[in-house]
Design a protein around this ligand. Sequence first.
Ligand SMILES: CC(C)(COP(=O)(O)OP(=O)(O)OC[C@H]1O[C@@H](n2cnc3c(N)ncnc32)[C@H](O)[C@@H]1OP(=O)(O)O)[C@@H](O)C(=O)NCCC(=O)NCCS
Length: 368
Amino acid sequence: MKSHHRMLEAEAWALLGRAPAVTLSSVAPDGLPIARALHGVIEGGALLFHGGPKGEKSSLIGREAVVTAHELVAEIPSYFVDPQRACPATTLYESVELRGPVERVEEPARKARALQALMERYQREGGHAPIDIDAPDYDRLYRKAVDGVVITRVRPRSIVGKRKLGQERPAARILAILEGLWRRGRSGDARALERIRDAHPERPTPAFLRAPGGLELRCALAADDPGALAQAVALVEGQYWNVGVDPRRIADAHRGASAWVGVRDGARLVATARAVSDGGKHAWVYDVAVDPEYRARGLGAATLRLLLAHPAVRTVSAVHLKTRDAQRFYARFGFVEVAPQVMSLRRDDARGGPAEPAVAGPRSLERV
Ligand SMILES: CC(C)(COP(=O)(O)OP(=O)(O)OC[C@H]1O[C@@H](n2cnc3c(N)ncnc32)[C@H](O)[C@@H]1OP(=O)(O)O)[C@@H](O)C(=O)NCCC(=O)NCCS
């Protein structure tokens, strides 16, 4: 694998840990290959699974295995970079491969811990007594089951993570891909765009993500974006419309947004805005705020402009919001007051869908 594609080991573990399922592959005792999709958990530097004593996984104990997981970031069609040739079509993804022997975990306390970890991962809401060998009702509730279940683990001889997000491509080609993703605007494209930018050493910034003062807009903030959620909550929790609202609810509202954009100055989030959209008729804009130190520099306007152009928002024919005193700020985007403190923007030219003309791509970027 090319070195620029290789993840740090901690990143490879993180990908393995967040994959909803992993694939365990090996050669069974009858000599035939075997591959199984499984739920696993990471404990003590190994990946653990559970199964029955007669199951196929148990037959793999003592054998070499490979465990894989992958995350699709985006399918990139060829016409993003070349109007004619199919060759630039590619898939951007992250993947991980862990190799090692399959071992049986015998110690009841470890088995119980692994099963409890599986429950915490896949039944996060709880609703059961903890599987804890020291708990008073362990014998009654779990001893027999834990003794009967087979816990296996793959302890890594090697773990290799691959990140293929166009890092090796020249910035001009990446820009064409970023612009293509924004135009296409399928679900997940805005987030993919941010991941590709983050991975690229030159961090190309398309024109639609440039903010005044040399700052960068972010078109898809996410709860896993370092610090974004806490910083957005901090920016909006003191505002008049959030008085008395539990900050956890504000955080949930950002997680549940159809679009959540902002401006960063380095690691600091200095502007934020989000929208909830039905994708066709209506969207509502909420929680628009700029850090007081950064106001009156055009960042609020840049943030709102990006939000209105976001794939989840630009397709609707009416965008609404409530404001007590910023009517003039919104009026310049075409919002009009339709009721006291309620403004709407009607856009009968809203783009209906993410269709992309297959031949009308940009000029060929074959040589960039
Ligand atoms: C409203 C807010 C987001 C604007 O952000 P900003 O970065 O300061 O705004 P910009 O610099 O992009 O200003 C764009 C224009 O809107 C005007 N404007 C900004 N805030 C305004 C307000 N509250 N009322 C009326 N006009 C306003 C500016 O004067 C500027 O006009 P100009 O270009 O003619 O000078 C920011 O002031 C803020 O966070 N306020 C507190 C939270 C809030 O009220 N949010 C809106 C709730 S609906």
